[in-house]
Design a protein around this ligand. Sequence first.
Ligand SMILES: NC(=O)c1ccc[n+]([C@@H]2O[C@H](COP(=O)([O-])OP(=O)(O)OC[C@H]3O[C@@H](n4cnc5c(N)ncnc54)[C@H](O)[C@@H]3O)[C@@H](O)[C@H]2O)c1
Length: 290
Amino acid sequence: MDAVSVTTPNKFHKDPTIEALQAGIHVLCEKPLAMNADEARSMCAAARDSGKILQVALQSRFGGSGRFMKEYIDAGNMGDIYFARAQALRRRGVPGWGVFIDKEKQGGGPLIDIGVHILDFTLFLMGYPKPVSASGKTWDMMGKNPELTNLFGDYDRSKFTVEDFAVGFIKFDNGAVVSLESSFMANMSERDIMKTQLFGTKAGASVKISGDDPIEIYTEENKQLFDMVPRNVPHVESQHTAEVVAFVDAILEGKESPVPGLNGLILNAIFDALYKSSETGNEEKVDVSF
Ligand SMILES: NC(=O)c1ccc[n+]([C@@H]2O[C@H](COP(=O)([O-])OP(=O)(O)OC[C@H]3O[C@@H](n4cnc5c(N)ncnc54)[C@H](O)[C@@H]3O)[C@@H](O)[C@H]2O)c1
């Protein structure tokens, strides 16, 4: 056996991942990498010690909008990106299957489940700056309320132990800031939002991770303000297939994974700080060492 894919609930990502790596087997592990940063640290250390690939299944960067925007940004077209607003919001979208409402098996709610995708996408486009501190707040009033409907299957309101809405304010060592909003339930006009807004010194952009015309770019030329819509963004049939192909290519060609375990650790460390900040009311440090 050369490789495995770990697709169990979050609580059961760490042990099979470490056992596989220690047996000399490459791992593609589902997102979030782990329940928390300490687990993610031990998984990253196991990958480092084994010399095998640990890839996190964060597929949104393999879509057409991610591919185009990464090239566009890396070519300098947006200048310095100093702020981003990342949103993974559902109006009535609590997963009605699996263990997504069980904090003990998932580690958290929308923040760790879907916030992970939009925060990864945002940090990927920003060049994955190193986070230093974060403050946040979570709520759970709507998810527990049996009076409210849900459009993503049914679930037992009395067993809802995760947050239904989370916000965060994350600071990076290059001076950049990301604000993050994530919900399973929220009273808003859209049914769901999965997009990031990037603010750069040369241009700004609104970028969805999929869909038709997923990108708008805002800039200025000759004292005129322009809104641009790229019309031939690459079409990617399946982001999931693309991430698996990238994983296999990295193994076959002895390359670094395009989504290394460290990216998963950074995301887990940010979530730890946001959950802790919600309890303490303070800004918390983010530790990504391993
Ligand atoms: N990348 C993505 O976009 C994406 C999408 C959906 C789910 N996921 C991730 O995949 C994971 C699973 O989500 P899901 O929706 O498939 O959940 P699920 O509940 O539908 O499936 C989980 C499976 O794991 C099995 N399982 C549970 N505990 C186990 C254990 N200890 N050992 C072996 N098998 C065990 C269950 O029987 C079930 O078949 C989660 O981490 C989730 O975040 C990622």
